[in-house]
Design a protein around this ligand. Sequence first.
Ligand code: ADP
Ligand code: NA
Length: 341
Amino acid sequence: LPGKAIFSGIQPTGVFHLGNFLGAIKSWVDLSRSAPENSPILFMIADLHAITVARSPEKLRKQRWEALASIIASGIDPKRCTVYFQSDVPAHAQLHWILSSISSMGYLNRMVQWKSKANLDESASLTNSDLTNLNLALFSYPTLQAADVLIHQAGYVPVGEDQSQHLELTRHLAQAFNFRFGETFTIPATVLSPHKKILSLRDSTKKMSKSDPDQTSCVYVTDTAEEIKTKLKRALTDSVQGEITWDPEQRPAVANLLSIAAGLQDMEAPDFLAKHPMKNHKELKDTVADCLIESLSPIREEYNRLVSDQAYLESLANHGRDIAHERTSGTLEKAYRAVGY
Ligand code: ADP
Ligand code: NA
């Protein structure tokens, strides 16, 4: 790992839930603590990506700061890591334009995530009415994501499984650019989060998501002990009586609860179960609730402290902006010169 930058980003969608925390932020925290001292570490709040799906300005304004507070409260050390807002660093949008000139519409059309955000079938071909309702930014945000990574010459990009297709596009664009215009960009490696996809507490065919209308399906990192207990009481298990076993195929809801508790303690679920054998569903729910309360209480307290100190958050954001600006201007200049400016 030495030397090369570690970079990742997350959209400001409000306070994080367990899926965001275990699937993304916790692996940032772990990686930032184990990275060599000379590796720059940057985390970006993707507020340009945030407008690819319609959102009110008031909501975006609020959610940007909630995201910053959530990231710091989750354990990202602002002394070691640079945290900044994407919209504060124009080089992202500038490199996006350059890269869009070598992004094939056909390749972008094979990306699956924007289709799910637009509620389109992955394999469907687009009708005229689909095209009327689609905005250009949603279609091209994988290219913006490539610009985000490449502008930092990032060597390592920690992401969840759902982002690995976009990282492939990023490598493809870096190689295509380097081939056509000369060596400019580092080819980044994907660092997949070791944590499993976290499922809804109320329906194990769905992932935990803040857009789920049943809000008891989702635990937020700022939930109080009472809220956590209530949600765990309502959590789905299964009809198997007696001892708790690890069986993700046959017992997905039980396995999800075990994965949550184990993930919070940096353990594999079977090892967690071996250490804490449980006689029934009630014991499982109590154990998982205790783990959640223990892990999330400090995050909740720190979050509440941070959101009431806007001056501090602003000073962090300004500092992050300055460092990110300084670290990206050389690469932007190099890319501009390469294409002929
Ligand atoms: P949501 O589904 O709540 O809208 P986002 O799409 O904003 O969440 O997710 C941000 C990041 O958090 C994603 O890149 C993904 O890696 C991670 N993530 C979101 N939900 C989950 C989940 N249920 N399990 C694991 N990781 C998740
Ligand atoms: Na989502």
